[in-house]
Ligand binder design. Sequence first.
Ligand SMILES: Cc1ncc(COP(=O)(O)O)c(C=O)c1O
Length: 418
Amino acid sequence: MAMTGITAGPFDAAALRADFPIFGRTVHGQELAYLDSASTSQKPQAMLDAMVAFYTTSNANVHRGVYTLGIESTEAFEAARDAVARLINAPSRREVIFTRNTTEALNLVAKTVGSERCGPGDVIVCTVLEHHANLVPWQVLAQQTGATLRFLDVDDQGHLQLDRLDEIAREGNVRIVTVTHQSNTLGVRPPVEALVRWARTQGALVVLDAAQTVPNRPVDVQALDVDFLAFSGHKTLAPTGIGVLWGREALLAETQPFLTGGEMIRSVALDRTSWNTLPWRFEAGTPAYAEAVGLHAAIDYLEAVGLEAIDAHEHAITEYALGRLGEVPGMRIVGPPDAADRGGVISFALDDVHPHDIAEILDRHAVCVRAGHHCTQPLMQRLGHTATVRASFYLYTTPAEIDRLVTGLLDVRRVMGV
Ligand SMILES: Cc1ncc(COP(=O)(O)O)c(C=O)c1O
């Protein structure tokens, strides 16, 4: 336990907070109620310590130096890859590619595999639930290749509708199906299994945006049977600047590189270059190796706490929050009304008060929430909102923070005179 930096015993969110130094500070003289983890997570001391220790004792560029520091640094970087492979149950470490974030991972797939496989007469299937990071790259790909981009709709609560699949399939060859594992705006979890089954009948590849699930529940790429999966380190207790693309080895092996330059080559002549083997052929330039060390420490921490326990905690806290928010007059939950099929994210509106006003007044109570379209403008439009307030939870979220959100919202009503 000491290695991972966990100070709590059996799952106890209040005790786990002691591992996160940011909760030691106050805002406007009050303890933090940090309810914006869907945007980014806070960082445990163990992760911060691992990065400082690495920079203090082992820093050197990776895959270059044959001296001790360079060897240590390379070993630490590659050990992080093993930790990621273990976390998502990847069959091979060669399938784990470090990127800057989810956005870059999804762009990598669209701009390599996507542009190689899509053309006129082909269909890309996306959904209106997606974060812009899993929508815009496919829009651009369709524009550049002449492929048709089709969106699966949701019902008024955000549940993905699969009834148009066969109609879409009649429009051409379905090449790619891409979907979020959990909506960052509504918390709703789409029926990925059914979508994968359908994609297989079409011979299509499946891309899963797991930015909102790798941080908080067990994610197994083999059980999911998808072809590509992306997530961000910064939402997973790790630093910014590192993300992951996992892809099936056979597919990656036959795909041309994304970025070119140092690291990703085997040999370079003035008129031709041959590519490195996997995974390095997709990692051009100096990688975020110190951030990878941080990600490794974050994964150790998450695994020591237990991803099933984290998922169960988020479910319980979401249920509690939905109940407590229901006590606030004028509250309108946007998305599924119950906790059954959602993760720890709740979007809401309060009477006609502008979400930015709500977020600002909540800040006076040191309650941090996000207000806006949450990088899901098409979803907002579909649901008839321009913006919502979003509260999102993680392993360190406590019922006391939810209570403070509710107290803050009652103050919003008072201040705004509604
Ligand atoms: C579902 C989802 N996909 C993609 C992203 C983009 O992640 P990043 O900004 O780390 O690339 C986010 C970030 O909020 C997200 O929630």
